[in-house]
Design a protein around this ligand. Structure first.
Ligand code: FMN
Length: 160
């Protein structure tokens, strides 16, 4: 399948955990999308803040990463589900990098409602072929090992 990149955003560590499980198992490069101004609270206000970012279709500034997308054949894109879609920092990354003619595999972490997140990500990444999608229900809270294994098996199958 060629060389793989895992790119992800994670606010509370779930998507990071899955992203790292994937990258480790298939020996992929990994890039974490980091907003310049990350929300400070993990309390209830995170929903208000995060929700308003979605409603206003925000593209928050993200830290620059030196990544040559052209080097990769397969790109795994991971995001937490926020307000039934992908998180705004992923939006920024997609608009700042030219992801075209790639094999793209999508993964999400969520609290029970993945909703249309995969469809919306596909709409945001036209001109690619989609080779897989997998969602994870609160992997750090529920069953870490089970979910790490699911992620690893899934990633291996895609790379075969
Ligand atoms: C602002 C915000 C909005 C969220 N919206 C949803 C949602 O629409 N559906 C859902 O199932 N979970 C939702 N969640 C829960 C997260 O998707 C879930 O906790 C996920 O595992 C977090 O991933 P992370 O640890 O990588 O940030 C939301 C969380 C936040 C902070």
């Amino acid at each position: 399948m060629g060389k793989a990149l895992v790119v992800f955003y994670s606010f509370e560590g779930n998507t990071k955990f899955i992203a790292e499980s994937i990258a480790m198992t298939i020996n992929a490069d990994i890039v974490e999308i980091k907003p310049v101004n990350e929300i400070k609270t993990k309390g209830f206000m995170k929903y208000v803040w995060g929700g308003s970012q979605i409603m206003m279709k925000k593209k928050p500034d993200i830290e620059h990463v030196d990544i040559e997308i052209d080097k990769y054949d397969v790109i795994f894109v991971g995001t937490p589900v926020w307000a039934w879609t992908y998180a705004p920092p992923v939006n920024t990354f997609i608009s700042e990098h030219n992801i075209k003619n790639k094999k793209v595999a999508l993964f999400t972490c969520h609290g029970g409602q993945n909703a249309k997140t995969f469809e919306k990500l596909k709409d945001a990444l036209p001109g690619n072929s989609f080779v897989g999608e997998k969602d994870f229900f609160e992997p750090l809270l529920k069953d870490k090992n089970f979910n790490a294994n699911r992620a690893m098996e899934w990633a291996k199958a895609i790379m075969q």
